[in-house]
Design a protein around this ligand. Structure first.
Ligand SMILES: [Ca+2]
Ligand SMILES: [Ca+2]
Length: 428
């Protein structure tokens, strides 16, 4: 800047010289030329100044941006949400865009959001999760006005007077010879006078002669029911005069053999109270009305219900990797299972009808059956879920299975199977 100002003063000085000085001989043209030069000089100087100011401004902006980013990076985290009571939190990353997941302990059902994402405003998406005890009384298992008391993975019935049994299904007067002293359990023998004054007496079928010449009912239940190998009734035995009767728990029907109990299929026999929107699922000893929901839209991934028990993924936006990685289909399956079944036992088979890849992989994604279940491949196109430890009922087991389809090690698609195993209270 210095030389330019000097030049400017020089030029001004030249202009102010008296006409009598040595410079007097400078022509008007020469002065005009000098002025033009000074003007040019000033213009170029002005341009250079503007350019340098612009550069400076740019640098300042870059610097500002970096400082803001660094500050933001440091602050762009959410406060780690606490795990729900009777459940766990999976994942610890709290930066914006990261997700944490929640699962409940066995016997508890998650309400709220299963997955939450740290949003730009540093709050978590969705709703805080909570784990609620699965209502084992939902199927109203207590008969004859019994009151159901819900427990973790089980229930118990408080029976009104006159009723007994685990589901209040048995009238008290019938149980285990409670009416043993009743007069109908002892009878007079049938006697006939024989030759030479002899007298022959006998008892009716189901009675035997006791001391004092009285026919007493045989208590078949007491004699045979207590030992497993001599059991005469699958469930409970009731002694009656001259015979015995087997009774079944509520929700079961005594078969023609008068011994075994078969589940009543309330769904097939239209004995359910499910609404039109619900699907009736037959259980051993009861039924359930269900209405599975598709996952809510998340990260450009949406699902539509293609049948009451199936969700299919809608087409993904071109650039959404999260959507492309999500399962193509989610299907819901319900399996009734008697208590204490021998193991190992195949519970569920997975395969795909639209198999186009060269290999399938199977995995258990989650649920409350871990430690009791495993997946294995049964052939190239089929996988099996195997029960490895006996399950004691009543219990509800939930398991989420994933089948991934590959072609030359490239993932073609995933299918998720959501399986609920309803373990009955009894071994039938
Ligand atoms: Ca009897
Ligand atoms: Ca049933």
């Amino acid at each position: 800047m210095g030389p330019t100002i000097l030049l400017l003063f020089l030029a001004l000085g030249l202009l102010e010289l008296p006409p009598s000085s040595a410079q007097e001989c400078l022509s008007k043209q020469q002065v005009a030329g000098t002025l033009r030069q000074i003007q040019k000089l000033l213009s170029s100087h002005e341009a250079a100044q503007i350019q340098s100011l612009r550069n400076f401004k740019k640098q300042l902006m870059v610097l500002q941006g970096t400082t803001l980013k660094q500050g933001a990076k440091h602050n762009e985290t959410c406060l780690l949400p606490p795990p729900p009571a009777n459940g766990r939190r999976l994942g610890r990353k709290t930066a914006v865009g990261h997700e944490v997941h929640f699962v409940c302990d066995p016997g508890f059902q998650l309400t709220g959001s299963e997955t939450r994402m740290c949003l730009e405003n540093r709050t978590w998406s969705g709703q805080p999760p909570s784990c609620k005890n699965i209502n084992d009384c939902a199927s109203n298992p207590c008969a004859n006005g019994g009151t159901c008391v819900d427990g973790v993975l089980r229930y118990s019935c408080l029976c009104p007077s006159g009723w007994s049994g685990s589901n209040c299904q048995a009238p008290l007067y019938l149980l285990h010879g409670a009416a043993q002293n009743s007069s109908s359990f002892s009878r007079q023998p049938r006697c006939a006078d024989g030759l030479f004054g002899s007298r022959q007496c006998s008892c009716d079928v189901g009675f035997q002669m006791r001391a004092g010449g009285i026919c007493q009912d045989v208590n078949e239940c007491q004699l045979f029911q207590s030992a497993r190998h001599t059991r005469i009734c699958l469930h409970e035995c009731v002694n009656v005069p001259g015979s015995y009767r087997c009774i079944c728990p509520d929700g079961y029907q005594l078969q023609v053999d008068q011994n075994t109990c078969n589940d009543v299929d309330e769904c097939a026999e239209n004995q359910h109270n499910c609404s039109r929107e619900q699907t009736c699922v037959n259980l051993l000893g009861g039924f359930r009305c269900i209405r599975p929901e598709c996952p809510r839209p998340h990260l450009n991934t949406t699902y539509v219900k293609t049948s009451p028990l199936q969700c299919e993924r809608s087409p993904c936006p071109m650039d959404s990797k999260a959507c492309q990685r999500a399962a193509h289909s989610i299907s819901f399956h319900h399996l009734p299972l008697p208590s204490n079944r021998p193991v190992p036992r195949v519970l569920f088979t997975m395969s795909t009808s639209r198999f186009v890849g060269d290999s399938l992989r199977f995995a258990i994604l989650g649920g409350n059956g871990q430690g009791q279940l495993m997946v294995r491949r049964s052939d190239q196109h089929t996988g099996e879920l195997v029960l490895t430890r006996p399950l004691m009922g009543p219990a509800t087991l939930e398991v989420e299975l994933e089948m991934s389809e590959f072609a030359r090690k490239v993932l073609l698609g995933k299918h998720v199977f959501k399986l609920t195993v309803f373990v009955s209270q009894y071994e039938f």
